[in-house]
Structure formats: C-alpha cells, structure tokens
Design a protein around this ligand. Structure first.
Ligand SMILES: *[C@@H]1O[C@H](CO)[C@@H](O)[C@H](O)[C@H]1NC(C)=O
Ligand SMILES: *[C@@H]1O[C@H](CO)[C@@H](O)[C@H](O)[C@H]1NC(C)=O
Length: 758
C-alpha cells in the first residue's frame, strides 16, 4: 500500500547524492563517483583556534601521526586521528612578533611560528623546525609518558626551514643528517640546497645552479647497497625554476630534477664545501596544446623492490592560470640516471654582447665525469673521496651543471590529464588484485579540497572517485599514506580516509564497474568487499581491465512508487544513478520519454510540466553504464481525484503509526487551505519543503540501498536551503528547483535517505 500523502504534494525520491556528469569533458577525465564531504566516512581532526595543518610525520613505531600546524604540534592516534594523544604549543614571543612586524610583515598571519620540518632522528627524538616570525628555528622533541616535549634548544634554522611561511621548501632526513632546500635569507632571494652536518655542504650561489627556484620534493634513494659499479646513494631534488634554455622574451619557468651524492664532501680548492655532484635536468610532462611547460607541484616515489624499481609520480599544473589542465607524469629512476650519467651537458655561450644562450656542449668532457659520485671507476683512478677530484672536473660542474637532455615521462605522455580544479599533491599505493596482479593507485589532492582516486590500466585512465573533504576554497596541502589509510591536511583540518572503502559500492554492478583493484563483489556475502589473500576467485567478481559485470546476479525489477498529482502542476521525479558515467533513460508505459514542452530530462530527475491526465502512467528510470542497464526506480503516476480522499481516510485507521496519522492530518489541513485559497481565487505561495522519513517497509525491500528510507520523524522545515550546504553542486540545483516549484504554488515533499540531510 502506498503512502497516501500524495494527494497534493509532489514526491521527491532522493537517491544517492552524487552530482552528475555530462559536463562534456572526455570520459576518462571524469570521476566515476563523487563522494560528498557529508558521507566520505573519514575522521576529521581540528583543534579550536589552530590552523595550517600542513606538516606530518608518520611514527608507525609509536602508532602515531605527528602533526605540525601553526604554533602547535600534535600526536594523534594513527588508527583514529580524532584521538589526540598529546599536544605541545610552540608560540612566538611578543618581542619576536613585534620585530617581525617592524620588518614589514603581517603580524596575524606571517609573524607566527609555522611548523615546517618534522623528522625522525636516529635516537628516539624528533627534529622540529618552525618559521618563528621570520627567524627560522629548530628544536628537538620527544614523546614519552603520553606527552610531547620540546627541549628548548633554539637551534638556528636558516637554510633548513624557510623564513616565509608561504614559500615552498623541502627536506629529508638521511641517516640522521638533514638535507634541505629552501632559501637562506629573510628576503627569500638566496636559494640553497644543503646538508647540515659537521661537513655541511651546499649549492653555489649562482643562477646557473638555482635560478629563482620553487622547491618541491626531496627523496633519498639507497642505491649504494646494491649498485654493481659501487655507485653511491643519491638525494634527488625536484623543483621548478626560471628557464635559461629557451629563446623567450618573457620569463618562463621549467620543472627540474637534480641530484647529489650522499658521500659528497665538496672539493679541495674549487667547490670547497659545495656539492661536486650537483647535476640538474629538465623534467618533461608533455600535454598536447600546451605551449608553456607545465610545472611540477608534488612528487611521490614508490620503490616496490630495490632501487632500480623506483618510480617518481609527479603532479603538474600550467604556469599560466588561463589553461586549466593538470597532469600526472611518472618517471623511471633508470631514465633519470641515464640522463645524468650518460647524457650530454649544456653550456652557456654569449651571443651578441650580453645575451647568454645555453646550447649543447660538444667539447671534451673530463675524466672522471663531472657530477659522478665516487664509484668503482673513480676508485680505480685512486680517487676515494670528492676532495680528491681534479680541478678540471670540478670547474666543469661549477659552470655547467645543466644536462642537455630532458628526462622524459614514462610512455612519453602523462598518465592522467584532467581539466578542473588544479592538482596539488599526490601519493601512490600498490594494490594487489584478485588475480594477483599489482596496480598503482594514485590519490591526488586538488585545489578545491578533494582527493581523486585513480588507476591506469594499460594506458587507460580510470578515475574511480572524487572524494570531497574540505571546502571548495581549501586546497589539499599535504598527503600521507600509512598501511591502508590516507591522511589529508589543509589549512583548516586533517582528514583520515580508508583507501579501500569498498562499502561505497552498493550493488554488484556498481562494485564491478568501479574497477577498483581493492574491491570485488563477494557473491556469498552479497556485498562489495576488500580483496585480501583469503578470497577465492570463484566467489568474488572483479574485472579491472574491462569492467565485465556479466557474472553479476540479475536483480529483480524494483517495485513501483505510486504518486498522485493535481492537474496542471509540475511534477518532479527523482532518479540519480550511482555513477557519473551512467546515462539515464526514462520510459513511460514502456516507451522512451523524449524531451519536449511537457518533459525535461535532467541528469538527476524528470520534470513533467503542466501535468494532465496524459501524464499518468508507469514511469521507469534506468541507468546505462557501458553495456549494463539497471532499473533504479518506477513510479505509477495518477491524477488525483476527489474519491481518493475517502480511501485515504480509510487507510489511516488501519495504521497504528501515529506518525502517519499526523502527516495525513497535516496534509489534509494543507489540502483544505489550498482548496479554500483556490476557491477564493488567490493562491498563496506556501514555500514549504517537507522532509520526511517514513516507515514503509515494502519500499525498503524493493528499492536498492541508495533509495532506502529509514524510520524517523517528520521534520517540517521551511528553510532547508542551508541544511546541506556541504553538499556538492547537485544539491544547490535541487534547492533552486524546489524553490521554483514552491513559488509556483505547491507544497513539496521530499523523501530522503541520507542521515546528514536532517
Ligand atoms: C593559515 O591558515 C589560515 C586560515 O585558513 C590562512 O588564512 C593562512 O593564509 C594560512 N597561512 C599559510 C602560511 O598558509
Ligand atoms: C578477508 O576477507 C574475508 C571475507 O570478506 C574476511 O572474513 C577475512 O577476515 C579477511 N581477512 C583479512 C586478513 O582481512
């Protein structure tokens, strides 16, 4: 028996809250699902009055996430970051703040202590640095007996930590020694890559070495243990800087990868206490129709086996805001190594009087090769440390650290190009599929506070989800991965997500078509489950390369929802497929509904204007994704006649549910009101949106889970436009549409399925 309130109301069936696709971009760049912040299932941590949660250190040994923010450091439970184990404040003094203000900086924002460096040391302590109102300062921190303690050492942080909290920087702790790339002075005009140890070593102050750089990422690759040529460990540095190699009248930036050898001690006379092994090359990520090179924004390195298996995944954005494409490119470490160890160099030549052009160097290259680490070849020549290197080699590297050849991306093209909010950060995790194959799953943070989950199958890019986390103007500032959890930081908070949230895929089709390597449809359990070693292929369906869901059990047709309407009204029937890639198909009495004056087909609903008796009948909504069609919902639409009021009253007696009685009473009062007003000839606009959850068990059984209606109370809410302001665009549209209908003089009633709605 259908709920009888349909008399003068229009029913909204609110299915899953995804905005829909059809935005006209290429399908491979469209996230299949959009997960709103209200249902991302994540844990959010934020502390009242604390901002800028942008530094993280994973301490798996303590099962803690050490989180650096503005003037505070937190120790959070790695399994549930809402559990705060400890906290320590590190504020600036009044004097420091005043001095900073005096130097022309903004007191409330810049003249603060932004925690920028958090590293684990070889002892149990941690190394911490902050901007300290433009006096970068470092300290040691320990965690014991449930509290975090700063030792108050106040070490000079120049060259380790930036002065300016808005400047990009990077650092890495290698066997207890800090390597950092930042700027050395207050103005931020002296860029440096350095090692802070007894034999501290740094880059030359020369635009040939670093030319107005933006430092992005540093990675220590342990090559020394297993290199057959006795080569050393390397520290790779990713950055962008002003280009010297193009004939361009305007300033243009390029992306770079540089590297130094861990054992570098500098030269004896030339390059004293400077890197003798600093080599850099252009990093290419070619996007068609983009004239200017894209700039690297973040890099993640993944080494599934020994150092030769390492891959660098990098996100790139255009250097002019006018083009809105972001890209992900991947680089094999062997390709980078080949450019540095075998490639040609570039050299500056002066053309005309002062203009310097960098061209391929074709003269003699000294032996040992400039920039090479001390390896077997050098040792055979009797050179055991960089201090022994001949001046000729050192002078060469001092003048010509740039390689002629660029490092090209894997496959010579990006793994992913996507229009929309710019990419900001990336981490990559390896998933083992049901058939035992490994897949690299990328998690990409965006400027609009979301994370994309994507995987590349033999060149085909699949963006499984876009997960909304923060407001649309809160960029993702840091991403970290531990076990099966992802930690996402922004200025306003940190969210912990599970990387294998298979429960979000609600039906077999949804689960299999998602092509998520972490998930498969478990036939015996009837749910989408995380793939693990104990799963047997015979009971779980997964089809990553083709999205073949033919093994999914056939679903019975859903039962229909009966709706009555007033002649002349606008009726809106909801139907939202669970995938942005699905096309919606409406049928009336078995015939396709076509857009016309009477019907408007929206991505999430069907609008019937000026409904007459002709509009009655059975409406079904199906979605088609790939070769698969799913019926989501069916409506039996009928024009209301007076005789039904009696039936309605009769039905009430059968129900014990006071909720129903109350609803009917309310609707009758409203009905009378409307009729009276119609009779009087002046129709008011009762602008009221009712939010209803009812207890119609039959509907619960018949509809797919996303349509489920839970039991709750009636909530008469005349101002629900703000209830779900966290939701994504579709809800904005919904509210607008609902308002339009309301103002044309009808009461609207919504069925909703999502707890967050109330
Ligand atoms: C810190 O967060 C606040 C609040 O979102 C923001 O206004 C400020 O610009 C942030 N500071 C930095 C250095 O990012
Ligand atoms: C693997 O999956 C099965 C079925 O979902 C579950 O019962 C089992 O506990 C899982 N095992 C592990 C190690 O997670």
């Amino acid at each position: 028996m259908m709920f009888p309130l349909a008399v003068l109301c229009i029913f909204y069936i609110w299915s899953q809250a995804t905005p829909t696709g059809g935005l006209g971009s290429t399908p491979d760049a469209m996230p299949r699902k959009t997960v709103p912040a209200s249902s991302n299932g994540g844990h959010l941590f934020r502390e009242e009055g604390v901002w800028n949660y942008t530094t993280m250190l994973l301490r798996e040994d303590f099962n803690m996430l050490i989180l650096g923010a503005r003037e505070a450091i937190f120790a959070l439970d790695l399994d549930d970051i809402t559990v705060k184990k400890a906290m320590v404040n590190w504020p600036v003094t009044r004097k420091e703040q005043n001095d900073c203000l005096y130097k022309g900086k903004d007191a409330t924002n810049e003249c603060r202590n932004y925690i920028r460096i958090l590293h684990k040391r070889n002892d149990d302590r941690m190394y911490v640095c902050g901007t300290k109102a433009f006096i970068p300062t470092c300290d040691y921190m320990s965690y014991a007996d449930g509290s975090l303690t700063l030792e108050g050492k106040q070490e000079d942080g120049k060259g380790k930590c930036p002065f300016d909290p808005f400047q990009r920087y990077t650092s890495e702790m290698v066997d207890g020694v800090l390597y950092s790339a930042t700027s050395l002075n207050f103005r931020g005009s002296e860029p440096i890559m350095m090692r802070s140890s007894e034999e501290s070593i740094r880059t030359e102050f020369s635009s040939t070495w670093l030319n107005e750089p933006n430092f992005i990422h540093m990675a220590h690759i342990r090559e020394g243990e297993s290199n057959p040529d006795g080569d050393d460990d390397k520290i790779y540095l990713f950055f962008s800087e002003t280009a010297v190699e193009y004939d361009s009248y305007t300033k243009m930036d390029v992306s770079r990868v540089a590297r130094v050898c861990k054992g570098d001690l500098g030269g004896q006379r030339t390059l004293q206490r400077k890197w003798t092994s600093f080599l850099k090359a252009r990093l290419d990520c070619p996007v068609p129709n983009n004239n200017l090179p894209l700039l690297v924004q973040d890099v993640f390195h993944l080494c599934p086996g020994d150092w030769t298996t390492c891959m660098f995944y990098a996100v790139f954005t255009p250097q002019l805001d006018s083009s809105q494409y972001s890209a992900v490119c991947a680089y094999k470490i062997e390709d980078i190594k080949t450019v540095f160890s075998k490639g040609k160099f570039k050299a500056p030549v002066t053309v005309e009087t002062s203009f310097v052009k960098w061209v391929m160097y074709s003269g003699d290259v000294p032996d040992p090769r400039p920039g090479a680490c001390i390896d077997k070849h050098a040792r055979d020549m009797g050179l055991t440390k960089t201090l022994d290197l001949p001046d000729k080699t050192l002078q060469f590297i001092k003048d010509k650290p740039l390689m002629d050849q660029a490092v090209t991306a894997l496959g010579d093209k990006p793994l992913l190009v996507k229009r929309g909010p710019a990419f900001t950060r990336i981490v990559v995790s390896t998933a083992t599929a049901l058939d035992g194959t490994s897949h690299q799953v990328m998690f990409i943070g965006t400027k609009s506070g979301s994370v994309l989950k994507a995987v590349n199958y033999d060149g085909e890019m699949v963006i499984m989800e876009e997960i909304q986390l923060f407001g649309a103007s809160e960029p993702v500032k840091i991403l970290r991965l531990s076990n099966s959890k992802l930690y996402v930081g922004s200025n306003v908070g940190v969210v912990q997500l599970s990387i294998n949230e298979c429960g979000r895929y609600r039906t077999c089709l949804d689960c299999v078509l998602a092509r998520d390597p972490y998930c498969g449809w478990d036939l015996s359990a009837g749910q989408c489950s995380t793939i693990n070693g104990t799963h047997r292929t015979s009971t779980v369906i997964q089809s990553l390369s083709s999205g073949d869901a033919s093994q999914c059990p056939q679903k019975d047709d859903s039962e229909s929802v009966s709706i009555s309407f007033f002649g002349g009204n606008t009726v809106k029937l909801w139907c939202q497929p669970y995938s942005n890639l699905a096309q919606v198909e409406w049928q009336l009495n078995g015939h396709p509904v076509k857009a016309s004056n009477a019907f408007q087909i929206l991505s999430d609903s069907l609008m019937i204007f000026n409904a007459s008796a002709d509009a009655s009948g059975r409406y079904t909504c199906s979605s088609v994704e790939g070769n698969y069609k799913t019926q989501h919902v069916a409506y039996d639409l009928k024009m209301w006649s007076v005789s039904e009021t009696t039936a309605l009253l009769h039905n009430v007696k059968e129900k014990e549910n006071t909720l129903v009685a109350m609803l009917v009473l309310l609707s009758l009062i409203l009905a009378m009101l409307v009729i009276w007003n119609l009779y009087k000839g002046h129709f008011p606009s009762p602008f009221c949106h009712w939010r209803v959850k009812d207890t119609n068990n039959r509907r619960e059984q018949s509809l797919p889970p996303e349509h489920k209606i839970a039991s709750s109370t009636v909530n008469l809410n005349s101002n629900n436009n703000h209830v779900n302001n966290q939701r994504y665009s579709s809800s904005g549209e919904t509210d607008r549409l609902a308002t339009t209908i309301g103002s044309s003089g009808q009461v609207t009633l919504k069925y909703i399925d999502d707890e967050s709605e109330i």
